[in-house]
Design a binder for this molecule. Structure first.
Ligand SMILES: Nc1ncnc2c1ncn2[C@@H]1O[C@H](COP(=O)(O)OP(=O)(O)OP(=O)(O)O)[C@@H](O)[C@H]1O
Ligand SMILES: O=C(O)c1ccc[n+]([C@@H]2O[C@H](COP(=O)([O-])O)[C@@H](O)[C@H]2O)c1
Length: 202
């Protein structure tokens, strides 16, 4: 993570955790939209060693997923995206542990957790999810079939009083959690499941 060396106090960093099995244009789209709407300095793609809720079968080795993600980012020419296997180096699997470890390492960086709308629906299945919402502000980007469902989800209801207007999205990294924003913008249809299916993989 060479570009991490260029981190300066007060910088804002979005964390996009994912399996990236494989990385695709949907990840790039969400990342570009979040960089701008949230006024972030960087977005780190945290290539997960293994999502605790997903089967390991059909999961490409983490090194291969990182390499493919780096190639996609390099081809995109988008500055500000850092692909990292840091969860392996931190020995964390659960997002709550990753976020706490990153905050402990980088006291003066303002982190925001990014996710597509589908992930907000499953957030209540994550380890210590309520505590996670008190550790880091969260931004949710639209995704086909899930945009409205996310807004009506149990996690959205729980965070209703902590939800910012889209017009205040650029403040998200600077407010104390819990804080949530639903971003608005065009949906992108790409999904790793459909890419694997088109390749004849599981
Ligand atoms: N097209 C998309 N639009 C919005 N968010 C997306 C899109 N694709 C992925 N994301 C978000 O990126 C993060 C990482 O996603 P992930 O790597 O699991 O890709 P995926 O396409 O959802 O994979 P799979 O189909 O295997 O579940 C998640 O928060 C997910 O919601
Ligand atoms: O912490 C948890 O319990 C947890 C459960 C499921 C998923 N996550 C995280 O959610 C992110 C998105 O995962 P995925 O596989 O849907 O791309 C990734 O960073 C995972 O580690 C985290």
């Amino acid at each position: 993570m060479k570009r991490n060396e260029a981190l300066a106090p007060g910088m804002t960093v979005g964390l996009l955790g994912g399996s990236f099995n494989p990385a695709h244009e949907g990840h790039l789209h969400l990342t570009r939209m979040c960089l701008r709407a949230l006024a972030l300095d960087r977005i780190w793609w945290l290539v997960s060693p293994q999502n605790p809720l997903k089967s390991a079968s059909g999961m490409a080795p983490q090194a291969a997923r990182v390499k493919a993600a780096e190639e996609l980012v390099a081809k995109s020419g988008e500055p500000g995206i850092v692909v990292t296997d840091i969860e392996t180096r931190l020995r964390t699997r659960f997002t709550i542990d990753t976020v706490r470890a990153l905050k402990a390492r980088h006291h003066d960086i303002r982190f925001v957790w990014l996710m597509g709308a589908d992930n907000l629906l499953q957030l209540p299945r994550w380890a210590k999810w309520r505590e996670l919402t008190r550790e880091v502000p969260i931004a949710v980007y639209p995704r086909p079939d899930f945009t409205l469902k996310a807004r009506l989800s149990p996690a959205a209801t729980m965070l209703k009083s902590a939800t910012l207007d889209q017009s205040d999205a650029a403040l998200l990294a600077h407010v104390a959690p819990p804080a949530l924003v639903f971003l608005e913008g065009p949906e992108h249809p790409a999904s790793a499941t459909s890419i694997r299916a088109a390749r004849g993989e599981s």
